[in-house]
Design a protein around this ligand. Structure first.
Ligand SMILES: Cc1cc2nc3c(=O)[nH]c(=O)nc-3n(C[C@H](O)[C@H](O)[C@H](O)COP(=O)(O)OP(=O)(O)OC[C@H]3O[C@@H](n4cnc5c(N)ncnc54)[C@H](O)[C@@H]3O)c2cc1C
Length: 366
C-alpha cells in the first residue's frame, strides 16, 4: 500500500511521520512551493490540556510526551493562566476546573495572590482568581512541524511540493486529506475525479484570526500564556517581545489571510491599551508585526477525523487548536490507515455527525 498525505501542516506532517515509522510507504504532498505553508506557520504556539471535550483532552494529554521531549527551545512549559475578572467568569472557570480535575488534567485554582506569583508583572487588582495549567506551555509551530517532516524523511518518507493531491493520486492509493481550511474544496475535486463515490465535502468554514507582536518588553521568562477569560484576549512572551491575539468582532468568515486594518498602535480592533493595562511593563511598547491566518472551523468546534471512502481519510476542522493535539492525532490516524480499525478516541469526530444538516449557528471561538 502507498499512502499519500495531502498537506504539510502539523497534522499532515505528524500523520506522515507516524506512517513512515511504521514502515508504510508514504508521500507527503504539499500544493504550495514551500512546506508548512498554512495555519501551522501562523499559529500562536499555545499547547494546553484543558478542553471541554473528553476526546480532545485525551489527545492533548497524549501529545504532551512529544512536546516535553522536543529539543531545547522548541517547547517552554510556562503554563496557561485563565483569568477571571468578574463573578460569572469565575463560576464558569471553577466549574471547568472541577471537570478538568475529574478527567485527570493538571490544573489548579489560584487566588489573586497565587495569580500574581504565577504570572509575574501582571496587574491583579481586578482579578478574582485564575485557572492555571502548570504543564501547558508554548511551542514554535513552524519549527516543530518542520522537525516532524525531517523525521519523516529520515524514516524513509518522500516529500513532493508544488503539487496538489488531486493531480498525483492514482487509483489504489490511500489518501489522507489534511489540508486545513482548504479541505472542503480538495474533497470536492477528489470526488470529481472519482476517488469518492459521493460528495463528502465536510462542513468546515475558514475564520480569519489576527495576531500581533510588540517591540521589546521586559518580561519575566516564567510569564505563562495569559488569557482574560471573559472575552479571550491573550498574550505570551516570545523572545524579548509579546505576542497578542483576540477574536475579531464581528467574526470575519473569509478565505483571505489579510489581517484587519489596524490603527498604528493597535491590531485588528483590539486597542493596545488592553495589553498595557494588564501588563504595565508594556506601557511604552508598540506593535511591530501583524499577521493573520485561517482557522478551519466546524459547527461544534471539534475536528473531523474520519474515513470517508474506502481509501480516503480526512483530518481537518481543528477549529484553532490543531497544533497542540497533532502529535497524538497523527499517531492514531497512522494506526487507522495502517491497520484498518478506527481508534476509539476518534469516535466522536465522524464526518456525518450532523446527519447532513449542520446547525445554522457557527462558533466564533474566543
Ligand atoms: C492565527 C492562528 C493561531 C493559532 N494558534 C494556535 C495555537 O496557539 N495552538 C494550536 O494548537 N493551534 C493553533 N492554531 C490552529 C493550528 O494552526 C492548526 O489547527 C494546526 O496547525 C493544524 O494545521 P493543519 O495541518 O490541519 O493545516 P495547515 O497548517 O493549514 O496545513 C494545510 C496544508 O495543506 C496544504 N494544501 C491545501 N490544499 C492542498 C492540496 N490540494 N494538495 C496538497 N496540499 C494542500 C496547504 O498549502 C497547507 O500547507 C492557530 C491557527 C491560526 C490561523
Amino acid at each position: 500500500m502507498r499512502v499519500l498525505v495531502a498537506g504539510s501542516g502539523a497534522v499532515g506532517a505528524s500523520t506522515a511521520w507516524n506512517l513512515a515509522r511504521r514502515g508504510v510507504e508514504t508521500v507527503l504532498v504539499e500544493r504550495r512551493d514551500d512546506l508548512c505553508a498554512g495555519a501551522s506557520r501562523r499559529a500562536f504556539g499555545g499547547v494546553r490540556q484543558q478542553f471541554d471535550d473528553d476526546a480532545e483532552i485525551a489527545l492533548a494529554r497524549a501529545s504532551l510526551d512529544f512536546f516535553t521531549s522536543l529539543p531545547d527551545g522548541l517547547f517552554a512549559p510556562v503554563g496557561y493562566l485563565y483569568l477571571a475578572t468578574d463573578a460569572a467568569t469565575e463560576t464558569r472557570l471553577r466549574e471547568r476546573h472541577e471537570k478538568q480535575r475529574r478527567l485527570g488534567v493538571a490544573c489548579v485554582w489560584l487566588d489573586r495572590e497565587g495569580v500574581s506569583k504565577a504570572a509575574p508583572g501582571i496587574r491583579v487588582d481586578d482579578v478574582h482568581g485564575g485557572l492555571f495549567g502548570p504543564e501547558d506551555g508554548l511551542a514554535d509551530p513552524e519549527a516543530v512541524t518542520r522537525l516532524m517532516i525531517r523525521r519523516f524523511v529520515d524514516a524513509g518518507g518522500r516529500v513532493v511540493v508544488g503539487t496538489s493531491i488531486e493531480d498525483v493520486a492514482s487509483p489504489g492509493d490511500a489518501i489522507v486529506v489534511a489540508c486545513g481550511s482548504e479541505t472542503p474544496e480538495v474533497l470536492e475535486r477528489l470526488s470529481a475525479r472519482g476517488f469518492l463515490a459521493r460528495d463528502a465535502s465536510p462542513p468546515i468554514r475558514p475564520l480569519v484570526r489576527s495576531l500581533a507582536e510588540t517591540g521589546p518588553v521586559a518580561a519575566d521568562p516564567r510569564l505563562p500564556l495569559v488569557i482574560e477569560a471573559f472575552d479571550g484576549f491573550h498574550f505570551r512572551a516570545r523572545g524579548d517581545a509579546l505576542r497578542l491575539a483576540m477574536a475579531d468582532t464581528p467574526p470575519r468568515w473569509a478565505d483571505s489571510c489579510d489581517p484587519a486594518p489596524a490603527p498604528p498602535d493597535g491590531f485588528g480592533r483590539i486597542p493596545l491599551e488592553r495589553l498595557r493595562s494588564r501588563f504595565p511593563a508594556a506601557k511604552a511598547t508598540t506593535i511591530v508585526r501583524r499577521w493573520a491566518g485561517l482557522y478551519d472551523v466546524t459547527p461544534d468546534a471539534r475536528p473531523i477525523i474520519d474515513r470517508v471512502a474506502n481509501d480516503v481519510w480526512i483530518a481537518a476542522g481543528f477549529s484553532g487548536h490543531g497544533f497542540m493535539t497533532s502529535p497524538a492525532v497523527g499517531a492514531h490516524l497512522a494506526d487507522w490507515v495502517a491497520d484498518g480499525a478506527r481508534p476509539p478516541v476518534f469516535t466522536g469526530f465522524a464526518a456525518d455527525r450532523w446527519n447532513g444538516d449542520p446547525p445554522n449557528a457557527w462558533p466564533t471561538l474566543l
